[in-house]
Design a binder for this molecule. Structure first.
Ligand SMILES: [Fe+2]
Ligand SMILES: [Fe+2]
Length: 246
């Protein structure tokens, strides 16, 4: 718990240093829009399950959920436009869903059974949980920026509602609560590991792009990056994992 708090604290400090200038903001909002969007974000998950779902109530929930994510994506893209910029292209190693799916291997599977829908919704659930935490962290980074704060508050409200949507859909497709809770716990564990990988890739990306100025600060983050890398490589099966170079 204490490690998580420290990790969160450092995450906030890093974002304050790397992402509050214009270049950093464009990067941050490009990443946020991408995480919502259809290319590799949440919207892509709905595209996968939409045809399989027949129940009208569940269809309605999916429609409402999808509309919210489209709204979030547009809100973040509008912000980039307001800055007079265009979203920047991202590689898969700084996209959460892609990094997470390299552990889960479910995104390329066809949806043929109820269990396939449960898998996708469990994946979405843990991503929603992460989004809430990340948006709350960003609220601390941008505590004096009224425009960004309002966007984040709006998104947090929606994401909290989405957790209920995910749970409702999951319980429509299974009555085995014990089994599904076990699955969600496992997904949380893998999401946490993926998020640590993603954060390190992201940090290296920001360092490479010189979002952080000053060699003292750069060296400080590189030093912490090495500790984080060893932590990941200490996990069984991840010994040979390497972040993108810094
Ligand atoms: Fe969202
Ligand atoms: Fe969401």
């Amino acid at each position: 718990m204490r490690t998580k708090m420290l990790e969160n604290y450092l995450n906030i400090q890093f974002m304050k240093q790397a992402l509050t200038n214009k270049k950093g903001l464009v990067h941050l909002f490009s990443q946020m829009a991408d995480a919502e969007g259809g290319n590799s974000g949440e919207l892509h998950l709905f595209d996968k399950i939409e045809d399989y779902i027949q129940d009208p109530t569940i269809k309605k929930i999916v429609k409402a959920h999808k509309a919210d994510e489209e709204k979030h994506e547009q809100m973040f893209l509008d912000y980039i436009e307001m800055l007079g910029e265009k979203p920047i292209p991202l590689t898969d190693d700084i996209r959460l869903l892609k990094v997470l799916d390299s552990e889960l291997n479910i995104l390329n599977n066809e949806i043929k059974t109820d269990q396939d829908v449960i898998n996708i919704m469990a994946l979405l659930l843990v991503i929603e949980e992460r989004a809430i935490l990340e948006f709350q962290n960003l609220l601390q980074v941008f505590d004096k920026d009224w425009a960004i704060k309002s966007m984040l508050e709006e998104a947090i409200k929606d994401e909290e509602k989405h957790l209920k949507f995910c749970n409702k859909i999951i319980s429509h497709y299974t009555t085995d609560e014990v089994e599904v809770n076990k699955q969600i716990e496992e997904y949380r564990r893998l999401e946490d590991l993926s998020y640590r990988k993603l954060s390190l890739n992201h940090m290296n990306y920001c360092l490479n792009e010189n979002f952080i100025e000053g060699s003292f600060k750069q060296n400080f983050w590189r030093f912490l990056g090495n500790i984080a890398k060893s932590g990941i490589q200490n996990e069984k099966g991840h010994e040979s994992w390497e972040p993108i170079g810094a």
